[in-house]
Design a protein around this ligand. Structure first.
Ligand code: DC
Length: 235
């Protein structure tokens, strides 16, 4: 599909739990469509990273809101994915550590912090559109009127295996069992938090990626987008 053939679609959202394949699929889909890719998980990770650097109390909502408001955070698209910078410093790898992963839920569960992140995401979207926005609340809260919404899921063992392989590739010392336990804890937290819990957005297409390769996932997303585009064209 070319960029112009998808011109009626401005925002595509992809939500789902960790390891569902949404980050890789969102990145590849955006490349295929010529859309921007908004990795909102990277934003939560970057603010968490900075809070840890500054030794902030991660339960202090007021401090975290100030940080989320003031942080000089940039997401720069590159051929290999999104480069994340804070004050111009490349933190792309640093935000993927186990420490950041395990602490991001403090920010993600605080309503005032989320409100600030949502504002940032909507503001970025005005510059980036058309875009593929990926996270946990993109179709439910941030872009509820997106023309195309996906929810990707996979069984926990498969998701843990994917995360484990990623962490191994980046040289982090963890066992598969630790990764699986982490995924189960984060699933429970993401789904049960009172503010913007992870849930299937109204009108979303749900795809089980358990037995899919990355290219199969992207093909499946593109197939749905073609179908929706032809409906939009007719309307
Ligand atoms: O997708 P990820 O693992 O990079 O997300 C990092 C953290 O941010 C994770 O704790 C879930 C949270 N998150 C969120 O609450 N809402 C989003 N839109 C994106 C991520």
């Amino acid at each position: 599909m070319t960029k112009s053939s998808a011109k009626t679609i401005k925002v595509i959202t992809i939500d789902g739990p960790s390891g569902s394949g949404k980050s890789t699929a969102a990145c590849k889909l955006a490349q295929r469509l010529g859309f921007a890719h908004l990795d909102t998980g990277a934003m939560y990770r970057a603010v968490t990273f900075q809070a840890l650097q500054e030794g902030l109390n991660l339960r202090d909502s007021a401090k975290l809101v100030d940080l989320a408001k003031g942080i000089d955070l940039d997401l720069v698209p590159t051929a290999h994915g999104t480069q994340v910078t804070i004050c111009g410093q490349d933190v792309t790898e640093l935000i993927r550590t186990v420490e950041v992963t395990e602490n991001a839920h403090f920010l993600a569960s605080q309503r005032d912090v989320r409100d600030e992140m949502v504002k940032r995401q909507r503001k970025l979207a005005t510059k980036l559109t058309p875009l593929v926005a990926e996270g946990r609340d993109q179709g439910t809260v941030v872009f509820p009127h997106a023309q195309v919404k996906f929810f990707l899921d996979a069984d926990p063992a498969t998701r843990a295996q994917r995360r484990y392989q990623q962490l191994q590739r980046s040289g982090q010392a963890v066992t598969y069992d630790q990764v699986l336990a982490g995924i189960q804890t984060r699933d429970a937290r993401d789904s049960s938090r009172p503010t913007a819990p992870l849930e299937v957005p109204a009108g979303a297409i749900v795809i089980d990626t358990t037995n899919m390769s990355v290219s199969q996932m992207v093909d499946e997303l593109v197939r749905h987008i073609r179908r929706i585009r032809s409906i939009l064209d007719q309307g």
